[in-house]
Design a protein around this ligand. Structure first.
Ligand code: ATP
Ligand code: MG
Length: 342
């Protein structure tokens, strides 16, 4: 607690993992029943490190991120268990006033849909400048100067001339840069980027990923990159957490995971990426549908779709078996997956 109280974020005063999510459980109470959107997620990020969180639609990636940011819709959402430690302090237990101080300066987030996250009736420079006026009490002219600097930093050409332009006057890629500028305005220690490039074409995607990597290197931020796209993460991530049905099913350093996945779901994801070196290959598609959170399959949630399943997969929930100090797989038969026998 002392660390968080000592300054806005207690920067520089903690030696453990910067952010640790431990056994986080989040549920939504709906008329149809209780949906366990996040069901025991554990991951951590250190300064300068990039964690990619991967998994298909509805696997709980964004809900985990919203809970870390403290912007979960409550109700219907509810944190049912677990901890989120920032510099060793469980921020789930902090009063809202202290969490607000961590938001933006300690942990910040880039949202997926840049156009709807920006206010259409205010110039972009004004919206960036607001960050400094509200959080730092900067004067109007100072805040505007800082907004131009930030627009330069995220490489918006002609920033000084464009500071008074409105969101609709920018392309999708440029709007995403503006969102990134707002997210890094207060120099956060952790940046969560939730699908920062899905709406963009491939060239612009690569530019935005390059920009995030540069910003991270300059400021030593920890980066949590949420995506469905395995192709995007290979170059930028240090480690990967793969989510399925609200759980982490595999976690590994990025190169280990690409070289030799240890969960059938990860293996299916990798086999469904087109490769330029295999012309005419047949692309693999994971059969079946993502699980319905209101009626989660018994045992391992992936078993109805799994080519490796045995009888006990339908009854016994697999824990995240440690494979090495840095790897884990929530598959009873991970050895077979690693050996490649099916
Ligand atoms: N406000 C809410 N009320 C009820 N259910 C919700 C709410 N927000 C999210 N959910 C449910 O929680 C589950 C996980 O959602 P989440 O947004 O985390 O998925 P995701 O992994 O980010 O998917 P995507 O890749 O599509 O963004 C989904 O089934 C979703 O329907
Ligand atoms: Mg999402």
């Amino acid at each position: 607690m002392v660390e968080v109280l000592s300054g806005p974020t207690g920067r520089g005063s903690y030696s453990g993992a910067l952010l640790e999510v431990e056994n986080l459980q989040v549920e939504f109470h709906t008329r149809q029943g209780v949906a366990k959107a996040v069901n025991g997620v554990t991951y951590s990020v250190n300064p300068g490190e990039t964690l990619a969180v991967l998994g298909e639609s509805g696997s709980g990636k964004s809900v985990t991120a919203q809970t870390i940011m403290g912007i979960l819709d409550m109700p219907p959402g509810r944190v049912a268990g677990g901890a989120i430690r920032f510099r060793g302090v469980d921020i789930l237990k902090l009063p809202e006033e202290q969490r607000r101080r961590i938001r933006g300066e300690g942990i910040s987030m880039v949202f997926q849909d840049a156009l709807s996250a920006l206010n259409p009736v205010f110039p972009v420079g004004w919206q960036i400048a607001e960050m400094f006026r509200i959080h730092r009490g900067s004067s109007r002219s100072d805040a505007k100067k800082k907004a131009v600097e930030l627009m330069d930093r995220v490489r918006i050409p002609g920033a000084r001339d464009r500071v008074n332009d409105f969101p609709h006057q920018f392309s999708g890629g440029m709007r995403q840069r503006i969102m990134i500028a707002m997210a890094i305005a207060l120099d956060p220690e952790i940046l969560i980027a939730d699908e920062p490039t899905t709406a963009l074409d491939v060239t612009v995607q690569a530019q935005i990923m390059g920009l995030l990597a540069d910003l991270q290197r300059d400021s030593n931020m920890g980066l949590i990159l949420i995506t469905h796209d395995l192709g995007v993460v290979a170059d930028v991530a240090d480690k990967i957490a793969v989510m399925y049905g609200g759980r982490i099913v595999e976690t590994a350093p990025v190169h280990d995971l690409y070289r030799n996945p240890a969960h059938p779901y990860t293996k299916g994801l990798l086999e469904s990426i087109p490769r330029v070196d295999l012309k005419g290959q047949e692309l693999y598609a994971i059969k079946g549908m993502p699980p319905n959170l209101l009626e989660m399959p018994s045992g391992c949630a992936f078993h109805p779709r799994c080519p490796y399943r045995r009888e006990d997969c339908a009854t016994a929930v697999p824990p995240l078996y440690p494979i090495s100090g840095t790897r884990g797989s929530a598959c009873h038969y991970w050895r077979e997956v690693v050996d490649g026998s099916r």
